[in-house]
Ligand binder design. Structure first.
Ligand SMILES: O=C(O)CCC(=O)C(=O)O
Ligand SMILES: [Fe+2]
Length: 489
């Protein structure tokens, strides 16, 4: 006997969940690199070549009225007395670094022990663009699969701006910064960049975590002869382990996605995402949700969307696997919508259409779901009608199997995969999300869902054919001429 429709759907949805989980495992949340001191930036051709006395110079406003500006050049050679005196003057000029907790800037050396210089009082001749760092970050963390015109943000694809934020010195013994999540500075900020200047030290590993995965950047040993850097998504918890010897001198940058797009930059083809083929096969399967339905995916990353501008920016801000899910469905002719999922205690929930995960799973009917989520489905009304002819008895069979978080609301299906469930607070050890690197600003991170209305079989195949034919005709891949602009409402 053929399996019942709901069981069959569950099986296919599980496959989809696994495919997304696979995509999530390969998606990077942090990257880093090393620039040997032999590297020289050739300003004429914008590449690295040759060996021409490389160095990094820092200048800062002196606190001594007799001297306007002080400077030091890295690397500081141990036998160079003048350079060592200049380095000590830098250490003297630094003030204790604070961090954000409960909306206030806090000085607590058991949590963060470091010195800092604010960017108003220093400058440097080191620019991460010159060494290809910004390009590398863009390629690894923000591979572009959505031409921004589809998101109403201009033409081409995004650029990246690295804005110098602070100079920090973590010194032995016990320089450190316990687990925290950097305070977001608006929806365009997608991450942070740390550049470690050449100065011998031991310890001070930068540890970055995301959903159970950890990446360590241990620069101590090699650092006296190189500039090291790391970049990571803004919603990742991270910490600086204790410095046990020497001084760990860093420049930190906020990384922003620029709204001015670069029309010349190649937009990668979503057809090459591993997920694409699997979703396409699923949609082409006549037996999969034949009458249509709605799929929901809990995002892997968190996004800054505490007010309207932030909420509208979410698709443009998508990272990693969330971007892959969004662009895959979009390029196959469907119109994914995005909804924030807020915690119960958020007074903003009714305003932004957000829903706590507890509420989400309490919902009984499609109408209630639509009402509460304020879902704007990309479907015409008659298709909605068509979609509501499902058998209510199937509800039980569809609910939460094997921890996949499958659930069903009348004719709609919410798919949460293992990786994509709402991030519980205990994912952050000691709830690091309550510690920032600055007192709270207007923005904070919260979870989001992607909702995709799956039309009945014939309609979705029609859309799919149109979308993929458009892409081929355009010869560029990408989302090509696929349907209409992405719906954010
Ligand atoms: O120095 C580092 O590696 C990271 C510092 C940091 O997390 C911060 O300044 O927020
Ligand atoms: Fe940080």
């Amino acid at each position: 006997m053929a399996p019942s429709k709901s069981k069959f759907d569950i099986e296919l949805l599980k496959q989809l969940s696994s495919a997304i989980d696979g995509e999530a495992v390969t998606a990077d949340f942090a990257c880093g690199g090393l620039i040997p001191l032999t590297a020289h930036h050739d300003k004429n051709i914008g590449s690295m070549a040759g060996l021409v006395n490389p160095s990094v110079t820092l200048r800062w406003d002196s606190s001594d009225n007799q001297i306007a500006v002080s400077k030091v050049t890295f690397p500081v050679q141990s036998d160079d007395e003048v350079a060592n005196a200049a380095f000590n003057a830098l250490l003297d000029r630094c003030q204790p670094a604070t961090f954000g907790a409960d909306g206030k800037d806090v000085l607590d050396e058991t949590y963060r022990k470091a010195g800092k210089l604010d960017n108003e009082i220093f400058c440097t001749d080191f620019h991460p663009h010159d060494y290809g760092i910004v390009d590398a970050v863009q390629q690894i963390l923000l591979p572009s699969t959505v031409p921004v015109e589809k998101l109403g943000l201009g033409t081409g694809s995004y650029g990246i701006r690295a804005e110098l934020y602070k100079l920090n010195v973590y010194s032995a013994p016990s320089g450190k910064f316990h687990a925290h999540v950097d305070t977001p500075r608006g929806p365009q900020q997608f991450g942070s960049l740390v550049v470690c200047l050449p100065y011998a030290h031991e310890g001070g590993t930068l540890r970055v975590k995301h959903r159970g995965q950890t990446t360590d950047f241990a620069w101590g040993e090699r650092n006296s002869q190189s500039v090291n850097w790391a970049a990571f998504f803004g919603d990742c918890e991270h910490e600086v382990l204790e410095v046990t010897k020497g001084h760990r001198v860093t420049l930190t940058y906020n990384l922003y996605r620029t709204s001015t797009a670069n029309p010349a930059r190649q937009v990668a083809d979503p057809e090459h995402l591993p997920l694409y083929g699997k979703v396409k096969t699923l949609l082409e399967n006549r037996a999969f949700l034949p009458g249509g339905g709605t799929l929901g995916f809990f995002c892997n990353h968190q996004y800054a969307h505490t007010h309207d501008a932030g909420r509208k920016s979410i698709p443009a801000a998508f990272k990693g696997v969330d971007l892959a899910v969004f662009t895959t469905f979009h390029s196959l002719g469907l119109k994914p919508a995005v909804r924030p999922v807020l915690k119960d205690d958020s007074h903003q929930a009714p305003v932004w259409g957000g829903l706590s995960v507890e509420e989400l799973f309490k919902l009984k009917s499609v109408n209630e779901f639509n009402e509460r989520m304020k879902v704007t489905c990309a479907q015409e009304e008659d298709e909605d009608e068509e979609m509501s002819n499902e058998d209510e008895d199937e509800d039980e069979e569809m609910s939460d199997e094997d921890g996949y978080g499958l659930d069903r609301y009348g004719d709609r299906t919410i798919v949460g995969t293992k990786m994509h469930g709402i991030m519980p607070n205990d994912e952050y050890e000691e709830d690091a999300s309550t510690y920032g690197n600055q007192a709270e600003l207007d923005w904070s991170f919260s979870a989001a869902t992607i909702l995709v209305v799956i039309p009945p079989y014939t309609e979705r195949v029609r859309r799919l054919t149109r979308a993929t034919a458009g892409a081929i005709a355009k010869g560029s891949g990408g989302v090509g001429s696929s349907p209409d602009p992405i719906q954010i409402e």
